[in-house]
Design a protein around this ligand. Structure first.
Ligand code: FPP
Ligand code: MG
Length: 322
């Protein structure tokens, strides 16, 4: 990601300083838990998109730093809540906050980060940006609830999975790209092009996440492998497999998903079916099409180092191992 870092390294440092300043609370437990996750080695994917998009649109102020902080705080708040929902033990290579401090503290510190992010966006005071972030966070909660409703439902369709992915992941990533355009007072076509780029890249991001949950390496990924299956999340590699497999194989998958005890033998069995029906290849191919589509929306913009860096970020999404 050299092109990306070359352009926004300095801004990213300022974003890190912003985190440090805005994480503090008069309640020491909040600062401790929030720092554990925010400073715990995230990829800063959403802030980077926002910073690049703002640069691409010629923005020259300082609000992009705060807003990059805002999107990362919102993302971190959702991870704190998500790890409680998913009973996750590991996040970013360390014990998750819920493992270290319990579910109650995780939910509350998530609430704190979420509220702090609202304070920060109000300080910027742009109504259109507030609207963008308000609808993105509503979508996040809706997407996560859709996922909850579909837990262990083997009849979930690819379309339903897509709707869920768009809401729980892609809309916030799209909002990050759109906010850069709003800051730079870009014409509506440019704003929409960047928002669509973010949406497509965001869909691909989650599709790759769902593949890595099956085929990633625990150490590199910094979280458990097989946790989607363990939690009854039926993601695209398995949806594709369920569409193709025999009734007997489907019954075997059902036993693993609905069984009381999760076992690595069960995971291995499901993986062998996913392998047989090329569920991972199918999902990666779909992610690649989204990446191509996202890059295509930027073709109408004049060539620039920022546009190149956004292409590089899109390519990174399908290449990443972490
Ligand atoms: C990670 O998905 C989770 C999300 C992208 C969204 C989580 C959203 C919420 C908990 C609700 C909204 C909350 C607020 C504060 C607005 P994953 O479980 O597939 O990824 P993982 O493998 O990294 O855990
Ligand atoms: Mg999770």
């Amino acid at each position: 990601m050299e092109k990306v870092l070359e352009l926004i390294n300095e801004d990213l440092q300022k974003v890190e300083e912003k985190f440090e300043n805005r994480l503090s609370s008069r309640v020491p437990l909040i600062t401790k838990v929030a720092k554990h996750l925010v400073m715990g080695g995230g990829k800063r994917f959403r802030p980077s998109l926002l910073l690049l998009s703002a640069r691409l649109c010629g923005y020259r102020g300082e609000d992009h730093i705060s807003l990059a902080g805002v999107v990362e705080f919102i993302h971190t708040a959702t991870l704190l809540h998500d790890d409680v929902i998913d009973n996750a033990e590991v996040r970013r290579g360390s014990a998750s906050a819920n493992t270290l401090w319990g579910n109650e503290a995780s939910v509350l510190v998530g609430d704190f980060l979420f509220s702090r992010s609202f304070a920060m966006m109000v300080e910027v005071g742009d109504l259109k940006i507030l609207q963008t972030l308000a609808s993105a966070t509503t979508a996040l909660a809706e997407g996560e609830t859709m996922e909850l409703v579909k837990t262990a439902d083997l009849s979930i369709t690819e379309e339903e999975n897509m709707e869920l992915i768009i809401n729980k992941t892609a809309i916030l990533i799209s909002a990050a790209a759109r906010i850069g355009a709003i800051l730079g007072k870009a014409p509506l076509e440019v704003e929409e092009a960047l928002a669509n780029y973010g949406l497509q890249v965001g869909i691909a991001f989650q599709l790759v996440d769902d593949c890595l949950d099956y085929i990633g390496e625990r150490e590199t990924l910094g979280k458990e492998i097989g946790s989607d299956l363990k939690e009854g999340k039926i993601t695209l590699p398995l949806i594709h497999t369920l569409r193709q497999c025999t009734a007997y194989e489907k019954k075997e998958i059902q036993e693993v998903v609905l069984g009381d005890e999760f076992s690595y033998d069960g995971l291995r069995k499901v993986l062998s079916f996913i392998d047989r029906y090329k569920g991972i290849e199918y999902t990666f191919a779909k992610a690649q099409r989204c990446i191509d589509e996202g890059k295509k929306s930027l073709w109408t913009l004049p060539p620039s180092p920022e546009r190149e860096a956004l292409f590089e970020m899109a390519d990174y999404v399908v290449k990443r191992k972490v």
